[in-house]
Design a protein around this ligand. Structure first.
Ligand code: AMP
Length: 383
């Protein structure tokens, strides 16, 4: 019987896992070097570095099972914990996801379509890769890239030298630029016995490399089933337990995999308000050996990430006059900082007309309507 869940990382994902787990009777212990980590108020916070052996041992000793809210935990730390306590998802999944070259090679070997790619360790490697792929292409660091950081799009020959000056100190991967019609993600939960459930393929819009808006359901059954096949082969190959997200590009009717995250994912936040069981609850169910909950949609949903600071209460009131249902504000209680993910709001509604109206009003209040083509989003969401 699992009573205490340990989490490596105490950011907003750990916070939302704990919020889902407390009503299930679970208790939480977090390890995170940041003193003010926002999950801390939901359990015991061991404040230490990711490679602090005594802190890692303490986390393992206090926990019945350990999981992650962050994938860049050193592999040696995950292995040390695994020698003392069960760890899910398996550290092997973490290890694969930490390096884009290992990750893409694994996907290619599993027959999952990906954009063509080449490792780049030197300037001649870069020149050779660009010759093979052609322009435009994307140069990315193999490790520690997130939210569009550590990458450059090469459109012209003269971009090569500038990108090399900027990124040449790192191990790199060069990949084909995908002229996608849409970005999407499939999120799945796999239980210990291999039972796998999927949430609907979610459409994602990024701004400045950071997720801005997610909406679901947004695609037809054919794409859904193709995305399910892709993530299922990853889950089975890794003998995975827990929730995984696979980010995809939709290009000319085809799905190409970009990267997977061995954890709950920002593009699945809508499931807390729009699905019968959230990604957070099902991750906990999976790692605790419980049966998975229904991943069906309870209401179509559109999620807006909130960056920098929470909108003023007056803005919240303007679009959410009490007691109107359907606007779900999530404040991570983080110190405001420009560009920082500090919360999200998910709009739900019974029908498409109402959803469209509420989304348009909210986007206007938040000041994102002019930068994102909402009509295009909604027509896609309604397909
Ligand atoms: P990533 O760090 O790989 O998730 O990339 C961040 C964002 O950059 C993605 O969500 C896409 O919007 C864009 N991007 C990444 N790789 C490519 C690619 N090969 N072609 C076109 N856009 C890309």
């Amino acid at each position: 019987m699992i009573k205490t869940v340990g989490i490596l990382g105490a950011g907003q994902l750990a916070r939302m896992l704990a919020q889902a787990g407390r009503p299930m009777g679970l208790e939480f212990v977090f390890l995170d070097p940041a003193e003010d980590a926002c999950a801390g108020e939901f359990g015991v916070h061991i404040c230490a570095d990711w490679d602090d052996e005594s802190a890692l041992k303490e986390l393992a000793q206090r926990s019945d099972v350990v999981t992650f809210d962050f994938e860049n935990v050193p592999e040696s730390s995950a292995s040390l914990i695994e020698s003392l306590c069960p760890v899910y998802p398996p550290p092997r999944a973490l290890y694969k996801s930490q390096d884009r070259l290992r990750e893409k090679t694994m996907m290619q070997e599993l027959g999952i379509p990906v954009a063509s790619f080449f490792p780049v360790a030197s300037r001649p490697d870069l020149i050779a890769a660009v010759e093979k792929i052609g322009l435009p292409c994307v140069l990315k660091t193999r490790r520690f890239g997130y939210d569009g950081k550590g990458q450059a799009v090469l459109r012209f020959q003269e971009d090569l030298e500038r990108a090399w000056q900027h990124l040449g100190d790192f191990e790199l991967i060069c990949e084909d630029f995908v002229p996608f019609q849409a970005e999407c993600s499939i999120i799945a939960a796999r239980g210990k016995g291999g039972q796998t459930l999927f949430w609907p393929l979610t459409r994602n819009l990024h701004r400045g490399g950071i997720l801005a808006i997610s909406m679901a359901p947004a695609f037809d059954d054919q794409l859904q089933s193709r995305a399910e096949t892709m993530i299922q082969s990853l889950l089975d190959h890794l003998d995975y337990t827990g929730v995984m997200a696979l980010e995809l590009f939709l290009v000319e009717g085809r799905l190409l995999a970009n990267e997977f995250a061995p954890r709950v994912h920002n593009s699945g936040h809508w499931t807390s308000d729009g699905a019968h069981t959230s990604q957070f609850e099902n991750h906990l169910r999976a790692i605790c050996g419980m049966p998975l909950g229904d991943t069906g949609v309870s209401s179509p949903a559109v999620m807006f990430n909130l960056l920098g600071e929470m909108p003023a209460y007056s803005v919240q009131q303007a679009v959410d006059p009490y007691p109107a249902p359907g606007l779900n504000w999530h404040d991570y209680h983080k110190t405001p900082r420009e560009g920082r993910k500090i919360g999200h709001v998910t709009v739900t509604a019974d029908g498409e007309t109402e959803l469209k109206a509420r989304v348009a009003q909210l986007a206007g209040e938040l000041g994102v309507a002019t930068e994102l083509n909402l009509e295009a989003i909604m027509s896609q969401a309604g397909e």
